[in-house]
Design a protein around this ligand. Sequence first.
Ligand SMILES: Nc1ncnc2c1ncn2[C@@H]1O[C@H](COP(=O)(O)OP(=O)(O)O)[C@@H](O)[C@H]1O
Ligand SMILES: C[C@@](O)(CCOP(=O)(O)O)CC(=O)O
Ligand SMILES: [Mg+2]
Length: 387
Amino acid sequence: MEVTARAPGKIILSGEHAVVHGSTAVAASINLYTYITLRIPPPSETNDTLILQLKDIGLEFSWPIGRIKEALPESNGLDSSTPATCSGKFAESISALVEEQNIPEAKLALASGVSAFLWLYTCIQGFKPATVIITSELPLGSGLGSSAAICVALSAAFLAFSKSSSLDKGHQGWLDFGENELELLNKWAFEGEKIIHGKPSGIDNTVSTYGNMIKFKSGGLTRIKSAVPLRMLITNTKVGRNTKALVAGVSERTLRHPDAMTSVFNAVDSISKELSTIIQAPAPDDISVTEKEEKIGELMEMNQGLLQCMGVSHASIETVLRTTLKFKLTSKLTGAGGGGCVLTLLPTLLSGTVVDKVIAELETCGFQCLIAGIGGKGAQVSFCGSS
Ligand SMILES: Nc1ncnc2c1ncn2[C@@H]1O[C@H](COP(=O)(O)OP(=O)(O)O)[C@@H](O)[C@H]1O
Ligand SMILES: C[C@@](O)(CCOP(=O)(O)O)CC(=O)O
Ligand SMILES: [Mg+2]
């Protein structure tokens, strides 16, 4: 039996970090995906191992099923239709299973992703031998939601073969999940994100699960649709950072300055609500499109200022802001900040020559630029390999 699942990365148009503290945020999926292939051998095969291959990273991990049973005896009693949190004893046992794999020092950041894999696999699939292969088009730890995409794709692949799945296994090509199944896989993915992020808001796994564009607040989503296509340049500063540490840093600042930070979060909430209204408003002609884009740019600039207040900007991000401003373009960081990726709004009437010049200047700083498609499909599976 074999299934491949895919889940997209995302950009946050406004509201990162503040969304962890209850503010509204707006996010969209992008057309870069993480793929998970799950191969369950037939019962006649005697291989009694769980294998995890990180294809593009060139690493393979494996655990004898007996070792997993010994470390996590209780996880088999969990029910795949009731998402469970990996805490206390479970978290210690998962860490021990990951430590035994001796992940190379330089790749230790992967440990939390491997932990999320083990948790989701044992809870949803139990103690079956299998091979799980991960590939990703997303840069890891750059603000494009690779952690959420892996958790959503893992949950999608594992749930596709769970007892409760009603998916048509004879379907050719990519298959969408039904509403109830999406809700369940989003909840499982959130449990995986908790292992990687500590205190995620849930926006990343939600937009990766449902795709398109969403407004998100305190765990609740509203699907939104942009009335005009949005074009964003994504610049990867290639400065590595870790979402968990940045989220914790903002929480510590909030403890030190609760009143000031509450005001910052309230301002972000207003920005996100206004942004979502503007994005959805019809723009019948070029003038109204331009006016709309100017407002979006201004709101992005205001959000960036507030992200600086939260302490999550970085010298590399400031370099991108200064460079794009020379071309009268507005930018903001996206995701957790501290390096990672920056979004630059590319107005509809901006000429291709200017775009090329901005990209060339950013690339001379050592950054990497891409223009991703915004707002595609969310989690999907294919029972006959990827298509
Ligand atoms: N393809 C993958 N394979 C293994 N781990 C992954 C993969 N994608 C993401 N992860 C996990 O997610 C972490 C990055 O998540 P995070 O710091 O939230 O940044 P982002 O979500 O913006 O990429 C990685 O360090 C790793 O633990
Ligand atoms: C900073 C935050 O708002 C987004 C983090 O996104 P990313 O992991 O940097 O892609 C955290 C969250 O909402 O869980
Ligand atoms: Mg993440």
